[in-house]
Design a protein around this ligand. Structure first.
Ligand code: PLP
Length: 357
């Protein structure tokens, strides 16, 4: 019999969150970002579930775009990192993938064959990828000369600080983007990770690119997904495999970091960092059993972790513990582990089966 540890994937919640993104995008359309295996939920599952609503998907790389085609979906797929070779560019034109081109090497590959529909990345201050605004006129002239101007869909930029409502950076990047692209008003513009959907007055132009919000986790500092009206999509669960009472002075787990001050009923749960549960989540990190919140005790091991069952005396072996999901948000667990929901969701390992409903 397989271990009961599982990540349950609520597809109705996913569809609901996509509608939230759409509503917040206003007149912009929302391309569904499904990279990193659909943020750990399963790229094909997620893409199929959104296929009736989403007209475009966005991924990081070619392998992910091909997964969407293998799922039998024909939507256009935006490749946010562009391509890594000339051959990949040819595959994009065959498959209807839209690379976001961000350097001169990619423009050379573009000129070397039949151009796919593509976008240009503009660096407005994130300084990861993209052409500087001052370079755009020359790039556009070259595309015109080379005969690849017609396939250009538009311009893309990415915000560095949209998760922080007190930062002036997003407004500044927006100003730079508008100025940089105003000479080509017929081309489309795409800005807006999930966080930008929650910034009042933020223009999202033609296409926004929501990712984490589709999965019900928060893109905003200090807020959970449910604070933002989102529904959690993944519930990570594992069974209690033993329960016992430890005596005052006894410790639990590696390093003996947690020592009982009084008699404590505890349980061991069949999940650990080998499943992607964060090892940095310490004593007190929330979990839930039988709908009641409990806390972790001591260090997380590779295959198991300990929880305090003092407050839930009826919990017993075989009961499922929610590590994150509807009772405990992934954002809370992430905060306890010093990270973000993105890392936890994308980090659930292949050992954990995904069970969609
Ligand atoms: C270029 C780009 N657009 C959109 C997204 C989606 O961001 P989020 O998951 O914060 O919505 C990402 C994610 O990293 C990205 O790199």
């Amino acid at each position: 019999m397989p271990r009961a540890t599982v990540a349950r994937i609520d597809l109705d919640a996913l569809k609901y969150n996509y509608q939230v993104a759409r509503a917040k995008a206003g007149s912009a359309q929302a391309m569904a970002v499904v990279k990193a295996d659909g943020y750990g939920h399963g790229i094909q599952t997620v893409a199929k579930a959104l296929a009736t609503d989403a007209r475009k998907f966005a991924v990081a790389c070619l392998e992910e775009a091909l997964e969407i085609r293998s799922a039998g979906l024909s939507q256009s797929v935006v490749m946010l990192q562009g391509v890594h070779s000339r051959e990949d560019m040819a595959l994009c034109s065959q498959q209807g993938f839209e690379p976001v081109l961000h350097n001169n090497q990619q423009l050379q590959w573009l000129a070397a064959g039949r151009a796919p529909a593509y976008w240009l990345k503009v660096n407005t201050g994130m300084n990861r990828l993209g052409f500087r605004p001052s370079e755009l006129p020359a790039v556009m002239a070259k595309l015109e000369e080379g005969g690849q101007r017609a396939e250009l869909q538009g311009f893309v930029t990415h915000f560095a600080c949209a998760d922080d409502t007190s930062s002036p950076m997003t407004a500044e990047q927006t100003r730079i983007f508008e100025q940089a692209t105003q000479a080509w008003p017929t081309l489309m513009r795409s800005v807006g990770n999930s966080a930008a959907h929650f910034l009042p007055e933020q223009p999202l132009y033609d296409w926004s690119r929501p990712g984490i919000m589709l999965y019900g986790a928060s893109p905003m500092i200090g807020k959970t997904g449910s604070d933002l009206g989102l529904k959690p999509v993944m519930t990570l669960e594992a069974p209690l495999i033993t329960t016992r009472t430890v005596k005052p002075g006894e410790s639990i787990g590696y390093g003996s970091t947690w020592v009982a001050e009084s008699e404590t009923r505890m349980g061991m749960v069949a999940i650990g960092y080998g499943d992607g549960y964060p090892r940095h989540a310490g004593t007190g990190t929330p979990a839930a059993v039988l709908g009641q919140r409990i806390g972790l005790l001591g260090r997380v091991s590779m295959d198991m972790l300990a929880v305090d069952l003092t407050g839930v005396p009826e919990a017993q072996e075989g009961d499922m513990v929610e590590l994150w999901g509807k009772t405990v948000s992934v954002d809370e667990v992430a905060a306890c582990a010093g990270t973000i929901g993105y890392e936890l969701l994308t980090g659930v390992t292949a050992r954990v089966p995904r069970d969609c409903y």
